[in-house]
Ligand binder design. Structure first.
Ligand code: UDP
Ligand code: MG
Length: 350
């Protein structure tokens, strides 16, 4: 008989999020934390001060993303003092996006507001974000815009402005600051999108593709006074690579055959064109006095190669269609999103 020591039972695995199921709050603030020991006490008192004086029904979720300093210890003592606090401890450093995803998964608020733990975002902006979210028109996402950003010019602000301009163009989502953590999301729009890699900044774009109403609000940004930033110039490059994934997911996720089919049609067109040139050469249309026999013309091989590539593309597109179906069925996903259903019948009527 073998005993499995490392594999937790299904029940134990569910336990980590079980606490969420019976809770319900109006607002969850989610802060990813990686080596922020010098900021946490101030962050918590500032944050809870603002949330309390705004009279909000809130919880704060701190996600310790594999900190190697005393952050976790501080967070645990904060949680002991304040029952509105939940601390999620990750096993190692998984990165800011993963930490945010973990926080969101353990949250129960109808609205979710992520915030940096380094005090660069201003908690005083939270009530304003909520007012805009619930104003008229009603929005699904209000995105913070650090118009006057307090980070290094050359390594952070300029690359980020370029990246933001590109992302906005490619995704067709007209906001200025995808990278700003401080944003307000309605829970239902987040349930549709799965976070991976550095994709948290693309949440507005992913959500927009699912039909979310988005607007932006200028928020305060403060310089980092304690602790160090975890990012530099290399981050922008990763962000731009992620954009390729996002664009692909957003545009072709539901119709991959169209994507591969278009490439296939283009190469098929080339194949025909090249074959036509080869035939033309045989009859001397392109200046050869004796004509060039097809069996000696390299263009025929090229044309055949392209035709073969066309078949490959279409087959690949079909395979991808199958994959997408498996993915969507398996996760109970739908190819549409309903905002609301109207009916004059009262709830409970058949
Ligand atoms: N962070 C995290 N995991 C990481 C890197 C960063 O949880 O691997 C957190 C960090 O503690 C902070 C937020 O993400 O609360 C933003 O990080 P940082 O201030 O370094 O980024 P910047 O403001 O310089 O873009
Ligand atoms: Mg920061």
């Amino acid at each position: 008989m073998t005993t499995m020591i490392n594999a937790p039972s299904e029940a134990a695995r569910k336990d980590t999020t079980a606490a969420v199921s019976h809770r319900r709050r109006a607002l969850s603030v989610v802060a990813p934390v990686h080596n922020e020991e010098l900021n946490l006490e101030d962050l918590h008192s500032e944050l809870s001060g603002v949330l309390q004086s705004a009279g909000l029904d809130y919880e704060i979720i701190y996600v310790d993303d594999g900190s190697r300093d005393t952050s976790l210890k501080i967070l645990k003592s904060v949680a002991d003092r304040d029952e509105r606090v939940i601390v999620v401890e990750l096993r190692r450093n998984f990165g800011q996006t993963a930490a945010m995803a973990a926080g969101i998964e353990h949250s129960c608020g109808d609205v979710i507001i992520p915030i940096d733990a380094d005090l660069q975002n201003d908690p005083n902006d939270i009530p304003r974000l909520l007012d805009t979210l619930n104003g008229t028109p009603r929005y699904d996402i209000v995105s913070g815009w650090r118009k006057d950003r307090k980070d290094k010019m050359v390594t952070r602000r300029i690359p980020s402005q370029i990246a933001n301009a590109i992302i906005s163009r490619v995704t067709n989502v007209p906001i200025h600051d995808f990278g700003c953590t401080l944003k307000a999301y309605r829970r239902e729009v987040l349930e549709d999108v799965s976070l991976s890699s550095d994709l948290h900044r693309f949440l507005p774009a992913l959500a927009a593709w699912h039909g979310a109403n988005i607007t932006e609000l200028v928020v305060n940004h403060r310089p980092r006074t304690r602790g160090v930033t975890k990012y530099g110039l290399a981050r922008t490059i990763r962000v731009l690579l992620d954009l390729v994934i996002v664009k692909f997911l957003g545009t072709y996720m539901t119709k991959p055959l169209l994507f591969f089919g278009k490439i296939g049609m283009a190469t098929f067109g080339f194949a025909l064109l090249i074959l036509a040139i080869a035939v033309g050469q045989k009859f001397g249309y392109f200046g050869q006095p004796e004509g060039l026999n097809l069996n000696r013309n390299i263009l025929v091989s090229l044309s055949a190669l392209l035709a073969f590539f066309t078949v490959q593309c279409v087959l690949f597109g079909l395979m991808a269609e199958l994959l997408v179906r498996v993915y969507q069925d398996g996760r109970g996903r739908k190819i549409y999103r309903v905002r609301e259903v109207y009916s004059s019948a009262k709830a409970g009527d058949a």
